[in-house]
Write a protein that binds this ligand. Structure first.
Ligand code: C2E
Ligand code: CA
Ligand code: CA
Length: 683
């Protein structure tokens, strides 16, 4: 545009180029209210129409135009539709007129608007963020804190928060070394990433977990001037983690440490240089039987009480763990624990011997405890565990309810037993046992009334192992249930091969009698093999009567109902008295062979035999003399009134094939045989 300056108005032709080149618009009004100068930039910026292009024109005309300007802010800022924003600056002149300076501030205004927009967005983030945001001085004093951070610290506003943090800001960490860690990370990495710490909520002092991120705000030279960061309340997450960790470490029933936690502690305690520890491995005696008879809910109660008692003994230094069903351990650390190991073991046994109230009654179990110490008895966690186990094994072999401290001599002895146990287990799995049958005879009529099934184990290396040796082992290791079930099956199958009326004695151990499913197994076996239940004689020992369990009594009753006979085996060796005989549904008593063997040396033996025979007659029970080896014994027993006998004199136990062959020969044999060559009973 050409200069719109009028020569008259300016009065100074020298100014025209200057006015034309001015980056701002300039309008000069004289005292009479006439616009004398209006430079092209003013025309452009104010978007003045044609009639303003030439001066002079009345200032009033300009004022009207500006009043109707498209957008007006506070009067000094005009916003035009096209987006241009101009700033007007009025300035009176000495002669009574005025200058109007017009600046294009569109770019600046846009920037400012963007800044304000951004600021409001950031403010919204700052104010509404769920995580705490802060700016601190380098020594940790708060400069800014958003509402979330204030709230995390228990305050309603940023001001309250900042005002409250006046003293040492670092002591909000529960563990003071976290503050050092924070500073160390800032110094070495220039930032902190996902640092998890426990802190005190500033206002209340309660503890909470936080996750922190932080970085430096630097000046133009890169020198740190502030620390900024974010904080997140991680209490819930840590609680979940804690719960997961807890569940991974704790036996859910009893609250004791579980095997995993126990092994970790065992590992820690047996590291080189550790001060020593004592390991007590604990087995509850007969818990399985108790559990079967009282039910699992009561069994659980017992286990909880056991842990409670162990915890009382272990105190603060010992870890109580449940390693399996009824296996527990206490791991006690320090030289004191090692020095006290015998006393502690004794306390454990004594404590677990005391009756435990459960299910509305008092239940007595006992405990066997094996003890080994580190480093005296073992050089590693694994060895310590093994040796403590070995000592426990010895207690169980010796009849339970006691403790044993590991020694090197024990080790080799027990290792052999353990080997045997392992082999017994595989023999039980492979069913490599045999049953042999020993005849039982009616002396007067000289006939075989039946047989007793006796188990045989032929060890591949050691040869035949007597049942007296491996049956107690099988009992201890829980293998007897399976082995006993096999005996019942095989004895019935073999009985089915024998002439009708021949009876079959089957030994049933006390543990076996308590095992679940025994009755069902017997019933189905009788059904399957088709044998006459009246021909089966279950031989039980006095310990069954002494334990006086309702379960045993009712099981024997059910077996009687089935038609089976019940014999009391080894009578006289146990603790039962004659009065027990009438309390149980017995059909037979077997006098132990020790009474027969010593009947001439010990006159009292004969008195016992006579008494038992008398009771047998009174109670209508058959009496069998065991271990008969000589003519003299047969003679004396016969004179006492004993008719049924068993012993080497009549024959040792032999395989079923030999029994069948023998019986066949005897049935064919005529006339009546001599002693030792007996006829078979025909019923
Ligand atoms: P038991 O039930 O008293 O069996 C009789 C034992 O006395 C058998 O020993 C038998 O061989 C032995 N014996 C028989 N007559 C004479 C004799 O005249 N003189 C001598 N000195 N001994 C004689 P075995 O076979 O060694 O069995 C020992 C024990 O093992 C049995 O004593 C029984 O308690 C147990 N047992 C054997 N087989 C089984 C079984 O299948 N189940 C269970 N639970 N126990 C069994
Ligand atoms: Ca027997
Ligand atoms: Ca016997």
């Amino acid at each position: 545009m050409e200069s719109s300056l009028s020569s008259t108005a300016s009065g100074d032709w020298q100014l025209a180029p200057v006015l034309n080149a001015l980056p701002h618009g300039l309008i000069v009004t004289d005292a009479a209210g006439t616009v004398a100068v209006c430079n092209p930039r003013a025309v452009e910026l104010l978007e003045l129409p044609e009639e303003f292009h030439r001066t002079p024109f009345p200032a009033e005309m300009l004022a009207r135009h500006l009043d109707s300007a498209p957008a007006q802010d506070d009067g000094d800022i005009l916003c035009f539709d096209g987006g241009r924003i101009v700033k007007l600056t009025h300035c009176p002149t000495a002669s009574g007129g005025s200058f109007l300076l017009i600046e294009d501030i569109s770019a600046q205004a846009m920037q400012e608007r963007a800044r304000l927009q951004a600021e409001s967005e950031y403010r919204s983030l700052f104010d509404n963020a769920v995580y705490g945001i802060y700016r601190d001085t380098l020594d940790g004093m708060p400069v800014r804190a958003n509402p979330a951070l204030a709230a995390l610290n228990g305050y309603d506003s940023e001001e309250l928060h900042i005002g409250a943090v006046t003293a040492n800001p670092w002591n909000w960490y529960v563990d003071p070394t976290r503050a050092d860690e924070f500073r160390r990370l800032m110094e070495t990495n220039g930032r902190v990433k996902d640092l998890v710490s426990e802190v005190y909520r500033h206002q209340t002092g309660e503890k909470l977990w936080i996750t922190e991120n932080a970085w430096y705000v630097r000046d133009a030279d890169g020198k740190p001037i502030f620390v900024e960061g974010t904080l997140l309340d991680a209490t819930e997450r840590m609680a979940n983690l804690g719960e997961i960790e807890r569940q991974a470490n704790i036996d859910s029933l009893t609250g004791a440490a579980n095997r995993f936690r126990f092994l970790r502690r065992l590992d820690e305690d047996t590291r080189p240089g550790m001060k020593g520890c004592a390991l007590f491995t604990i087995d509850l005696d007969h818990f399985k039987e108790v559990n079967d008879s009282v039910g699992h809910a009561v069994g659980d109660e017992i286990l909880k009480s056991v842990v409670q008692r162990l915890q009382d003994i272990a105190g603060d230094t010992g870890l109580v763990a449940r390693l399996g069903g009824d296996e527990f351990a206490i791991l006690d650390s320090g030289p004191e624990a090692v020095a006290q190991q015998a006393a502690t073991a004794n306390t454990i046994v004594a404590s677990l011997c005391k009756p435990i109230p459960a299910g509305g009654r008092q239940i007595t179990i006992g405990a066997s405890v094996g003890v080994a110490a580190f480093p005296a008895d073992a050089g590693s966690a694994e060895e310590l565990l093994r040796h403590s186990d070995l000592a426990l094994y010895e207690v169980k072999s010796a009849g339970r309810n006691g403790y044993q401290i590991y020694s090197a001599e024990l080790s080799s002895l027990l290792q052999r037993q353990k080997d045997l146990e392992r082999e017994l287990r595989s023999a039980a799995e492979a069913q490599t046992f045999e049953l042999h049958y020993q005849p039982i005879v009616e002396c007067r009529e000289n006939r075989i009334t039946g047989y007793e099934a006796l188990i045989r184990w032929n060890h591949p290396v050691l040869g035949p192992i007597p049942p007296d040796v491996f049956i107690p082992l099988a009992e201890r290791t829980g293998l007897m249930t399976d082995i006993g079930a096999w005996v019942i099956s095989r004895a019935c199958e073999d009985l089915a091969l024998l002439p009708p009326g021949i009876r079959m004695g089957i030994n049933v151990s006390a543990n076996q009698l308590r095992s679940a499913g025994l009755f069902e197994h017997i019933a189905t076996t009788i059904e399957r093999t088709g044998v006459d239940p009246c021909c089966i004689v279950f031989e039980i020992t006095e310990s069954v009567l002494v334990s006086n369990s309702d379960g045993a009594r009712s099981l024997l009753g059910r077996l009687r109902d089935l038609g089976a006979q019940i014999a009391l085996d080894d009578f006289g060796t146990g603790y039962s008295s004659l009065s027990y005989l009438q309390k149980f549904p017995l059909t037979e008593v077997k006098i132990d062979r020790s009474f027969i063997a010593g009947m001439f040396e010990q006159k009292a033996n004969q008195a016992v035999i006579r008494a038992v025979l008398g009771i047998g007659r009174d109670l209508d029970m058959e009496v069998v003399a065991e271990g008969v080896e000589t003519d003299a014994q047969i003679q004396a027993l016969s004179e006492l009134g004993c008719r049924i006998m068993q012993g080497y004199y009549f024959g040792k136990a032999q395989p079923i094939t030999d029994v069948v062959a023998d019986l066949a020969l005897k049935i064919m044999a005529v006339p009546a045989p001599e002693p030792g060559t007996l006829a078979a009973s025909s019923g």
